[in-house]
Design a protein around this ligand. Structure first.
Ligand SMILES: Cc1cc2nc3c(=O)[nH]c(=O)nc-3n(C[C@H](O)[C@H](O)[C@H](O)COP(=O)(O)O)c2cc1C
Length: 196
């Protein structure tokens, strides 16, 4: 089994990042309960991903026309498509997540590889059976957290049947409550990781 970990834990706190701690709780529990699983990590902070612009799109469309998905243009989409399970970790920024994660989504949203259209609409072609979205935010979680909704709808588009999320909210409101809020969220992440 191959787990793809999409690491978007961009933080001024460096190794003290709360989002990284939440992701770490999930991944440690996952690895403990799935000793045979392989985890492949995509680190978005260091990748220098470029947004999709017309030249790149034209190149990608030409390749798609020949069903030539083997090159670097489709590397991230191929990796995402082939994963058995996916975990994405990102802080809650500006009501969703850091823009580099949006750019990553542009790269993995590849018609003909991760999804396709039929007369009745969009059908997903990804192998993963589930995806976990792990996030932390300064404010308490809103009912329609856009980061969560976005990944939930992406799962539907990619054909990933099960979506779960853990959100550690309210972390910038009262510093005294942060350890308890984080511990509760990390426990939720550990439970999810164990049964993932
Ligand atoms: C650029 C930026 C944008 C943010 N936007 C929001 C926001 O829209 N809503 C919110 O509740 N918190 C927001 N926050 C607070 C972070 O979500 C919060 O501090 C989070 O726990 C940071 O995680 P970290 O410790 O991994 O850096 C923002 C923080 C930064 C740096």
């Amino acid at each position: 089994m191959k787990m793809l970990y999409v690491d978007c834990c961009i933080s001024q706190r460096g190794p003290e990042s709360r989002t990284r701690a939440l992701a770490g709780a999930f991944l440690s529990a996952f690895r403990e309960s799935h000793p045979g699983a392989e985890t492949e990590t995509v680190s978005l902070e260091t990748m220098d991903l470029k947004p999709l612009l017309p030249d790149f799109l034209n190149r990608r469309d030409a390749l798609k026309g020949r069903k030539a998905f083997g090159g670097p243009e489709y590397a991230l989409a191929r990796q995402f498509q082939a994963a058995d399970a996916v975990a994405v970790a990102a802080p809650f920024w500006d009501l969703s997540f850091p823009s580099v994660l949006r750019i990553y989504i542009e790269h993995i949203s590849a018609i003909g590889l991760t999804y396709h259209y039929e007369a009745d609409g969009c059908h997903g072609d990804c192998k993963a059976r589930r995806l976990a979205y792990l996030s932390t935010g300064g404010d308490v979680e809103q009912a329609e957290n856009l980061g969560v909704l976005y990944w939930k709808q992406l799962c539907a588009m990619f054909g990933i049947p099960r979506f779960d999320h853990v959100f550690a909210g309210g972390l910038d409101l009262d510093p005294g409550r942060v350890p308890a809020l984080m511990e509760a969220a990390c426990e939720g992440a550990r439970q999810l990781g164990r049964e993932f």
